[in-house]
Design a protein around this ligand. Structure first.
Ligand code: ATP
Ligand code: MG
Length: 410
């Protein structure tokens, strides 16, 4: 029988939300607060290539900063503004730009990235059969014909260049900008976005020195900045009588440790959902507390569903990190040692090095840890790889408690 009761208690319109859409990850706020300096710096870096008669083909900028600091949002806004400005011919002698923002976690090879661009330029472009270099040459030809310059943002670039394989094209692109003739002789500017301050680990030193010339570091938002961002979003998304400045301040304080605007906004949205679920007319401190707790169970099943040895590896990471207060990172060698001793204490055979690495990489892919792989070389000879591991997305105490009861108290 159909259970209509399921929907009977819903309030339409919502008591709490005026426009819930403003809390969607895809929402781009009109006003980006407290990033005016970063936007102005970006614009400055692009000044030399704006002019039609610019002698340089392009430029490249690296934007670096941890989770939820507005990197993607700011660069997208910059790129879209540049494209519109150049399209509307607000000033003479300004080059015309096409802006593309692509995420390298979703599009993990140069060929896929370039095909995506080509399909937007020429919708009927065949999907297969071309090398990355050929695809890029096509892009150049099309844009040259249209008299347009390309501004390409490669977001989460780490996913593309964590292997040496991705670096040849990167080299060619950068050389192209530095005035050296390459097969892709067309105006192409790049903005790379990375969370990692260790991008150089993957890169050849010449490439890194060229990239690091123009780097913009995004810093964590302060409590006051988070408060301003939250208030601005609350005004758009919530009914006016449903929140107080004190509740918003509390959320800003909770989110301050990470300085992460995404987390702050998500917490506000969750608190709103809790309030709505309880048919309350306003968001209270208790709703904020409940919202904090409710964000954890999403990951809980991710953790409890892991294979046994992977849980031991995660437990090893979390317990080392919990004990050290001076560093956010732990080295894979130390993790392996801890993991082996836990296995021994529990009468299990620890998995070998190769399997251990597979576990680390899988944990990274799921998003439970962040793994930075360092391939060590000496005079061209490989000395093997090591890795730095961190956990930033959830409280270690809760993670350890969960693993402790799952692994040892059953
Ligand atoms: N200055 C700001 N003003 C208003 N909203 C902001 C600001 N900075 C970030 N946000 C919001 O915070 C969320 C996260 O921003 P964004 O996705 O740009 O972060 P990011 O630095 O790219 O994070 P990640 O490294 O996880 O990709 C978005 O919803 C965005 O709208
Ligand atoms: Mg981003």
């Amino acid at each position: 029988m159909t259970n209509y009761k399921l929907f009977e208690n819903f309030d339409f319109p919502s008591r709490i939300f005026q426009n819930e859409g403003v809390f969607e990850p895809s929402f781009i706020p009109e006003c980006l607060l407290h990033r005016e300096g970063e936007l102005a710096t970006l614009a400055q870096y692009f000044k030399p290539i704006l002019s039609k008669s610019s002698p340089t083909l392009g430029t490249h900028v690296v934007v670096q900063g941890s989770v939820g600091l507005g990197k993607t949002t700011i660069v997208k806004q910059f790129g879209n503004t540049l494209e519109q400005y150049s399209r509307n011919k607000i000033r003479e002698n300004i080059s015309s730009f096409r802006f593309f923002h692509l995420n390298c976690r979703r599009q993990r090879s140069w060929s896929i990235l370039f095909t995506t661009i080509l399909r937007q330029l020429v919708p009927a472009f065949p999907i297969r059969g071309f090398s990355a270099a050929e695809l890029l040459t096509y892009i150049g030809t099309i844009l040259n014909e249209r008299n347009q310059k390309l501004l390409l943002c490669l977001d989460e670039i780490d996913y593309l260049i964590s292997t040496t394989k991705g670096q040849d094209i990167l080299y060619a692109l950068i050389r192209n900008n530095e005035g050296n003739m390459t097969e892709f002789n067309f105006p192409l500017s790049l903005i790379f976005i990375t969370r990692s301050p260790y991008l150089y680990i993957y890169l050849d030193s010449a490439l890194y020195s060229s990239l690091s010339k123009r780097m913009i570091v995004f810093h964590r938002y302060t409590t006051t900045q988070l408060y301003d961002i939250l208030i601005a979003r609350a005004k758009h998304g919530l009914n006016t009588t449903t929140y107080t400045n004190e509740v918003i301040k509390e959320i800003a304080i909770v989110a301050h440790a990470s300085g992460d605007a995404r987390y702050a906004l998500e917490l506000l949205w969750r608190a709103g959902k809790v309030a709505e679920g309880e048919q309350s007319n306003e968001i209270t401190f208790e709703h904020v507390r409940k919202a904090q707790v409710s964000s954890f169970p999403i990951k809980q099943s991710l953790i409890t569903d892991l294979p046994l040895h992977q849980k031991f590896v995660l437990f090893s990471i979390a317990s080392i990190l919990r004990r050290q207060s001076d560093s956010m990172y732990v080295l894979t060698a130390d993790i392996k040692q801890k993991y082996e001793s836990i296995c021994q204490a529990n009468g299990l055979n620890a998995r070998k090095q190769t399997q251990f690495w597979v576990y680390m990489q899988e944990l990274h892919k799921i998003g439970l840890i962040r793994l930075e792989v360092i391939n060590r070389h000496n005079k061209g000879k490989s000395l093997g790889r090591t890795g730095k591991v961190s956990i930033s997305d959830f409280p270690l105490a809760e993670l350890l408690q969960l693993l402790q009861s799952d692994l040892f108290e059953k």
